[in-house]
Design a protein around this ligand. Structure first.
Ligand code: PA5
Length: 437
């Protein structure tokens, strides 16, 4: 049984198993011929497929040892990057850290804090970040595959200047790590010129498929996350990806969402019942949005955090326009049981829950919601997994990347380009007066 399994209980009235099995040949072609035999468009970017086992072991050893050395010297690691160059790190960090770790001191936490910059162009955010860093020892991991993306490049300029002001060019050199292309690009050139430690975003791995490279692994290792376990989870998923369709949840997930799209659904809402999934949803939205949203096609990837959003979006989901379905991420257990005790007089009317725990109540909420939403014509695909630890997260990352590659090929689009991202950039550059634009 694979680590993530599909429960189709709440898909029942919308399509039957047979309908998904009609898509089996298409899913198999997308998987075997287009992805694995590298015949699909964008095959120059298939490097992520076998990465969990074929990663650069020598570089990984350097990632772990450099991370350990750096962690001892700093309070904060500033991770500068945007899109695929930061979302996976943020997702893992948020999912695997204590909910309140940001309010702990460096000593209490035991590891440096990760802070993200260059993910937008807010003057307020970056100004306040400079202030926040005033009394902190910080280093920079500048991450950009192309080396030219405006948002992170601008933030890098700002915070590099601050490091150089404090430590001089020589001192700053030991506190800046560049993760970029192996041999080209502005960041590569700058890193070589200044002598920064460098890690590589492989040529054949695009940004949104890069979480299992140095892009994600180095900052996570600095923050004390178990990157070995993340890689092991991804290896397990890679093995499961070889299973035939009937036992392969990655292919089935791709086929199910394709079937729902064909039936006229246009929005997929990724839903979870614990805030730790919040940035996993952000990473997932980029993965599917950039991989599939082209040629005027594809499901719009959206997300909701339950039960909080049941008190905001819940009404729409239950009774608004019937153009969505939900994919629900469910943990089957928790290490954090909070038992509910009886109170004399039952002032809040909750004594009927005596002896139950909060996780149980959350599970019942999920069950009740899926059944109500199904009754409201919102199909639910449930993805069940063990408690989300580093290994399961590694599995989940690979699960979604592999399904996404298959799903995009089933849809007939190139999963590995993003031509639409250029339009805003050229307008912005014209307005800013960039030479040559
Ligand atoms: O998935 C992608 O390719 C993009 O989202 C990129 O990750 C993002 O645009 C950042 O690009 P770069 O790493 O070149 O700065």
């Amino acid at each position: 049984m694979s680590r993530i399994s599909i429960d189709s209980t709440y898909l029942d009235p919308f399509f039957n198993e047979e309908e998904v099995s009609y898509l089996e040949p298409l899913a198999n072609i997308a998987n075997k011929e287009m992805l694995l035999a590298h015949k699909g468009p964008g095959s120059d970017y298939h490097g992520w497929i076998n990465l969990p086992k074929d990663y650069d072991k020598e570089e990984y050893a350097r990632i772990v040892s450099s991370a350990e050395k750096l962690a001892d010297k700093i309070d904060v690691l500033l991770v500068i990057g945007i899109g695929g160059s930061y979302l996976g790190t943020r997702a893992a960090m948020h999912a695997l850290s204590d909910s309140f770790s940001d309010s702990l001191t460096r000593e209490e936490r035991g590891t440096p804090q990760l802070i993200f910059a260059g993910t937008q162009l807010s003057a307020r955010y970056h100004h306040q970040l400079l202030q926040y860093l005033e009394d902190k020892r910080f280093a920079i991991n500048m991450i950009s595959k192309s080396g030219t993306t405006t948002e992170p490049a601008l933030a890098f300029r700002l915070f590099r200047k601050e490091l150089e002001k404090r430590h001089g060019e020589d001192g700053a050199r030991d506190l800046i790590i560049a993760t970029t292309d192996k041999q080209r690009g502005k960041l590569y050139e700058l890193a070589v010129e200044k002598g920064y430690e460098r890690f590589v975003v492989p040529d054949d791995v695009g940004g949104r498929y890069s979480v299992l490279t140095a892009v994600g692994l180095f900052p996570l290792a600095v923050a004390g996350i178990d990157t070995d376990a993340i890689l092991e989870g991804a290896q397990e998923a890679l093995k499961d990806a070889e299973l035939p369709f009937e036992a392969n949840e990655m292919l089935q997930y791709a086929a199910m969402r394709h079937a729902l799209y064909q039936r006229g659904k246009s929005i997929e809402l990724l839903v979870s019942y614990d805030p730790r999934f919040q940035y996993i949803a952000e990473w997932w939205k980029q993965l599917y949005g950039e991989s599939e949203g082209k040629d005027n096609k594809a499901l719009y990837p959206a997300s909701a955090q339950f039960t909080a959003d049941l008190h905001s979006l819940g009404q729409y989901i239950q009774e608004g326009r019937r153009h969505l379905f939900e994919t629900v991420l469910l943990e089957s257990e928790t290490s954090y049981d909070l038992s509910i005790e009886k109170i004399a007089g039952n002032p809040d009317g909750l004594n009927y829950l005596e002896g139950k725990d909060m996780f149980y109540v959350n599970e019942k909420a999920a069950e009740g919601v899926s059944s109500a939403h199904r009754d409201g014509s919102v199909p639910n695909i449930l993805l069940r997994m063990p408690e989300l630890d580093a290994r399961t997260l590694g599995y989940l990352f690979y699960f979604f990347m592999r399904s996404c590659g298959v799903s995009a090929y089933m849809l007939g689009v190139n999963p590995f380009d993003q031509p639409g991202v250029e339009a805003y950039k050229s307008n912005m550059f014209k307005l800013l007066g960039k030479p040559g634009v």
